[in-house]
Design a protein around this ligand. Sequence first.
Ligand code: ATP
Length: 636
Amino acid sequence: MILEDSLCGTLDARNADGRTALHEASALGEENIIFRLLEKGANINSKDSNGVTPLYTACSSNQPKACQFLIIKGADPTLRHPRTGWVPLHEAAMKGHAGCVKELIMNGAPCHPRSADNDTPLDLARRYEHQHVVMYLKTCKPKNPRLQGKPWFHGSMDRKKALESIQKHGAKDGQYLLRSSANKPDTMVLSMAANGTVFNFEINTKMESYYIDDGPYFDTLEQLIDHYCRYDDGLPTQLLFPIPPPPGRIDNGPPTREKPSPAPRPADLTSHKGSPVRRDSPEPPVSPLDREGSIPMSPPPELPTGRVPKTNTFSKLFSGIRASEKIKKKEMDRQRKELQKAIHEAPGGGSDEVQCIDASHIERGNEIGQGEFGSVLEGKLKEGNRWVKVALKTLHADHLQTGQKEFLREAKVMCGLDHPCIVKLMGVCLGPPMMLVQELVSLGAMLDFLQNDSITASDLKLWATQIASGMMYLEGKKFVHRDLAARNILLENKGQAKISDFGLSRATGANNDYYRSTTGGRWPVKWYAPESIYYGTFSHASDVWSFGVTLWEMNSRGSQPYGEKTGAEVIKQIENGHRLSRPEGCPQNVYHIMQKCWSYKPCNRPTFSQLNDMFRDDPEYGAFYHRGAHNPPSRR
Ligand code: ATP
């Protein structure tokens, strides 16, 4: 009924935990609802605020049928949990959900993916003593490869020849071949084209398994190739078009091994943890930074660890197909124009002066977070002759349609902001993938630090002052943030907090101090003032309400506001005059400030300027400040 209604909101609307209807239906195993939602176009791989997909949720809740259905319909079983690096199979194996384990493997998920700690699902099943899952994972066979034989194997070939062969075939995204290194015949190398570049990935072997960097272990090369034909899983793109060897060039394939046991032995595999990645020294990988000029003739000194925009670290890249400088410049001009046009057209107010950054001036590194539309990576930006560390918020190809407008809207707001308590935007790179290039706030999300015993009440007061200071500045720029929450505060160091995530921010009207939203979308209701929930009005006063909830989160050391209560229950509680209670250990005067922020009438709430003063005038804050632990933001 709801789905048929023309007034039905967006299918991927999120609740306070960032979960969509598809997450909820998957957790409950409601196949009919899953079917309906997918039929209407719900995003099958959307991630909740913990970075968890519906497939992961189904595995976690022991819903094998939902699991089967989702994976058949295209759910990606290689998407990792941002913190642990687990894929759905890890979760199912750890919980002993044998039905889900079977469905995943029977439908194409790799049997031995690895977590951030190098654990396979078999390791987890052993550790948590799920014998039936252990038995299954020890003997299971992955799906049969779809390509017969090895039409992609070229025998011995050096990097230069591989590059020429791929170029000769057009260097289309996803073209690939497998070769044995000309200088080290025992070493296999996958050469592939993506984004106008040819990448070379060495295939590692360990205890009779094949793998690329931190990707899954495979028993055979055919299985490895087949896996990356199904999922990009950290490669720059999926393998799509095998390049066959010239006729008569190769008559026998790569070495195949008969293995005594199909599964890798965990004890041996874990010993890999922390071991240095083997380098293919006779054919040294070349950093994108060294791609100026043609094929390198001599080894570059050292390889910077590059990461492609997902979760795997493929650190041994690249030889380049390089467009000439002229073509490159023309392309850059075209991109600049395209960006300016898109920025100009993006709604929501802000500046049109967004800096367009050339992709060759960016080096991508490790993943440091998961955003709504893709991962956030650590990276480097070339500024003149030096490289500075940056954060790269990427727009994943899956979200190109839905996310681009919001992405550019965020850029438009951020590029006009310059304040020590607000994350700075350096520019936008059109990629692919499109990226917001921001200053790297070294410690990352404040939420991750709140439980740390070394954090004192004075630290919290300092951060509160800084957040109020940043919000005062934003108010002066006539923007409402609309998503102020502990999850969106980053820490540069213990003495400097910064406000981030301007995805929901909007300019207030020229003659009024509020913004009226006409669309629903993903609203963090537990942080919202009553007038925002009822009438869609957002003002500096409604941001102050959210500031109060943020203060509560900080003082409760990262607890979830209102616990498990639903949005509707929270609204009822507020209407009845109840508010969040004082967190244990929270000073009475700080709780009093929170209560003022939650005054029902917006005009009774303090302003950010007053809030900034309230914390600065606190004797404890003063003591901290005078110890010289930080540079406090200046008063307006
Ligand atoms: P959501 O809407 O779910 O909050 P988002 O798309 O707005 O996600 P962010 O919240 O901006 O994404 O970023 C996700 C995570 O990436 C952050 O929690 C943080 O850990 C990390 N991150 C983002 N920007 C930076 C930065 N400039 N410096 C360091 N870490 C960052």
